[in-house]
Design a protein around this ligand. Sequence first.
Ligand code: UT7
Length: 310
Amino acid sequence: MNAGIIGVGRYLPETIVTNLDLEKKMDTSDEWIRSRTGIEERRIAKDDMDTSYLAYQAAAEAIKNAGIAAEELDLILVATVTPDQPFPTVSCMLQDQLGAKNAAAMDISAACAGFMYGMVTAKQFIETGAYKYVLIVGVEKLSKITDWNDRNTAVLFGDGAGAVVMGPVSDGKGVLSFELGSDGTGGKYLYQDKYIVMHGREVFKFAVRQMGESSINVLEKAGLSKEDVDFLIPHQANIRIMEAARQRLDLPIEKMSKTVHKYGNTSSASIPISLFEEIEAGKIKDGDVVIMVGFGGGLTWGAIAMRWGK
Ligand code: UT7
């Protein structure tokens, strides 16, 4: 039995904060942010919109898009490092709000690679036949752990949510291969104290290396080569990191998803948000080989090669 994506959804808060808005608040410039990161603006959730609110909007859309009822979900996985509170988890809050009365629920904490960890976890349950439908949500309200006086981090992040429903798909479709990894020795480069603390240069070097390597690894595991790749969906942290991954795969620019300019780095939400937008734009078609790859604090990373379609 193969596990694939059968529905997608996403939610972005309405409030747009541009680089020019940030220029007025801190010692930075639109030119610096654009040239070093590719970010032009980001979405910030209102105070009364917590993580579970963002997650619910994306999840409800993904379930509708999958054409199933919430009662049919067997498992809800929410990848987040900014839950409303440690417990009850966001996944349990969703289980209640969605009326998914037959679903188990847990949160996954793997920072920006969390959505990859969620999809790989779901794949195991589906392929063993233990569960049929799994909802995976990548969601962050990073604005609540951002130090708005720290220009090293404040210009990078945004809030948002992306969701998919995974279920059984036909032979040859769905997840073909995956790689997950961690390196706790790099925990000191990106962590939450009260706010996000980051040693940008170190994370940058790690990310450039890992995004390329993991993409190549999942291709090899799937028995595919670079020429087979139709679309790359990298974690949207920094256009320079994304470009390095694209070049490692020798892909033309139009085959890489880019939403970082609009939404900044939304951590675990960035891959499903980008996936949603590419599908909506008709860029990903039935039978396409899609590579998704992410990295994050921990350090963690994950990649998936999949053949699109049900
Ligand atoms: O999801 C995972 C999360 N993290 C990441 O993906 C981050 C990975 N790292 C990066 O994306 C990059 O390292 C950054 C965008 C964070 C920084 O770019 P960089 O090219 O590595 O710059 P840098 O840290 O070496 O800083 C260059 C200069 C410094 O000034 P000095 O020391 O050379 O005088 C910084 O103080 O830029 C300064 N700077 C800023 N200037 C204007 C740092 N942040 C800003 C800012 N505006 N917002």
